[in-house]
Design a binder for this molecule. Structure first.
Ligand SMILES: NC(=O)c1ccc[n+]([C@@H]2O[C@H](COP(=O)([O-])OP(=O)(O)OC[C@H]3O[C@@H](n4cnc5c(N)ncnc54)[C@H](OP(=O)(O)O)[C@@H]3O)[C@@H](O)[C@H]2O)c1
Length: 294
């Protein structure tokens, strides 16, 4: 059985969607009401009640990047303590933990894609809490934890940049968007599908369980600034809103973001033979999906 925590968030919702086309796979979805990962007793009880958990896909996290600066303890509870609780429970029952982390663990002058082995130096409370969470899980359960660092996640669900741009763009003639933060958008359904491909490869013994342990990167292909991303959103959705590039210094936020956080996907692509779509291609898919939902 595959347990998906944080099941009503963006990524969790994508697994719920995927499960509908996968009737032969046994999923168990748990939202924050049913399973608060920061509550150790609750986690232990949950695992006692569900003895057949083989995989845990942890989509639960504190993701309010700016708010985290003023409530670091809340971020730590979910992103560090919660992840440790899950890793301990997985280690006790032999389940494999797939956990997601962020490009915000990187912050340097580098301008070539980050490899998993590159040094980390988060500059925000959120980034630091995510790094501490990765480390806690890998310390408790090194042989059974897969950490996937991803970036700029969006989907038809929850709150994200694409939905914000569509909302703002529909009511305004022009918008300023930062152009000096460079990264890669990730369409959450692509990431969810990649995770399922990895699980299937392990279950069919194409890849050994031990091989998936450690740190991995996944985002869509290509490179963009938030400005490029906004321009593409308006272009593909035929919104007439004009976008002007601005500097990060002209749009101060409580949390510092990395100026460059493009992730190298070489390792995950080579190991699992993944074919990752370009971000623009996936953005088109997302906008079409959202259009059909209206
Ligand atoms: N979004 C991004 O741009 C981005 C970028 C890089 C990495 N990531 C990582 O990708 C993963 C998925 O992100 P996402 O965008 O899907 O996040 P999301 O939409 O904010 O969803 C997070 C979910 O976690 C739940 N949650 C929070 N605290 C919890 C707790 N203590 N116990 C159980 N559930 C809890 C939330 O439930 P409630 O709403 O009920 O609190 C929510 O459903 C996270 O690990 C995130 O750090 C995201």
């Amino acid at each position: 059985m595959i347990l998906v925590t944080g099941s009503t968030g963006q990524l969790g919702s994508c697994f719920q969607q995927l499960s509908k086309g996968n009737p032969s796979t046994d999923f168990l979805f748990a939202d924050s009401e049913v399973l608060d990962i920061s509550d150790k007793k609750c986690v232990q009880r949950f695992f006692m009640e569900h003895q057949n958990i083989e995989w845990v896909i942890n989509c639960a996290a504190y993701t309010a990047v700016d708010k985290a600066e003023s409530e670091p303890e809340k971020a730590r509870q979910a992103n560090v303590k919660g992840v440790k609780n899950l890793a301990e429970a997985c280690a006790a029952c032999g389940a494999t933990l797939i956990h997601f982390s962020t490009d915000y663990v990187y912050h340097s002058r580098q301008n070539t894609p980050f490899e998993e082995s590159d040094s980390v130096s988060p500059k925000s409370v959120y980034g630091s809490s995510k790094l501490a969470g990765e480390r806690a899980a890998l310390k408790v359960y090194p042989q059974g934890t897969m950490v996937i660092r991803t970036s700029w996640v969006y989907s038809p669900y929850g709150h994200n940049f694409v939905k914000t741009m569509l909302r703002l763009g529909a009511g305004r003639d022009s918008l300023n968007v930062v152009s000096d933060q460079i990264g890669t958008p990730t369409y959450a359904p692509d990431l969810a599908a990649a995770v399922m491909q990895i699980i299937h490869q392990v279950e069919s013994a194409d890849v050994s369980k031990e091989k998936i342990a450690g740190i991995w990167h996944y985002s869509n292909e290509g490179v963009a600034s938030w400005y490029d991303f906004a321009v593409a959103i308006f272009e593909l959705s035929h919104l007439k809103c004009r976008v002007s590039p601005i500097k990060t210094s002209d749009y101060p936020t409580p949390a510092r973001r990395p100026p460059f956080s493009v992730l190298s996907k070489s390792k995950i692509k080579a190991t699992f033979h993944l074919d990752i779509p370009h971000w623009r291609q996936s953005l088109e898919v997302c906008l079409k999906e959202m259009d059909e939902k209206v």
